[in-house]
Design a protein around this ligand. Structure first.
Ligand code: CMP
Length: 143
């Protein structure tokens, strides 16, 4: 079963959106595999966003993601990588469709509430970066 890494950013935490965001993934039928409320070190943030290192906004991105706690998660389900990006919406909230997380709550591309892995390679890399194998809980839904 496919897994993805999702992270509610400091603005999502500050605005009290953790519950709403988790509810959307639960309602879609995905399964929570791991969750961690944590504050990223600069080193971890720079590694996570390494592919954007040469971008002009890289410094601001790292400043922002380390500015307060985040809620890091692993979710599992059929096509969860692509499907969760649909639920999250376009990177720039101005372009994100209403009904998506960024479309409903976001206002700025640098403060777009949540990060989601964009490919299976990114998902594997990001899950390994943020969680140990012991923190990934596998279980069957019985109710
Ligand atoms: P995310 O999905 O976490 O992946 C990379 C992030 O870079 C992206 O969300 C945005 O928050 C951020 N980003 C992209 N473009 C810009 C920009 N022009 N200015 C600031 N941040 C940006």
């Amino acid at each position: 079963m496919e897994r993805t890494y999702l992270m509610i950013k400091p603005d999502g935490v500050q605005r009290g959106l953790i519950g709403d965001i988790i509810s959307r993934f639960e309602a879609k039928g995905f399964t929570l595999v791991a969750g961690k409320f944590t504050q990223l070190s600069r080193e971890l943030a720079e590694t996570h966003y390494g592919e954007h290192k040469e971008r002009p906004f890289f410094g601001n991105l790292v400043d922002f993601i380390t500015s307060g706690p985040v809620f890091a998660m692993v979710w599992e389900g059929e096509n969860v990588i692509k499907s969760s990006r649909t639920l999250v919406g376009a990177t720039n909230p101005i372009e994100a469709a209403p009904g998506t997380i960024r479309g409903d709550y976001g206002v700025h591309v640098g403060m777009n509430l949540i990060h989601g892995s964009d490919s299976s390679e990114s998902a594997s890399r990001e899950i390994d970066l943020f969680f140990s194998s012991e923190e990934l809980v596998t279980y069957e839904k019985t109710l």
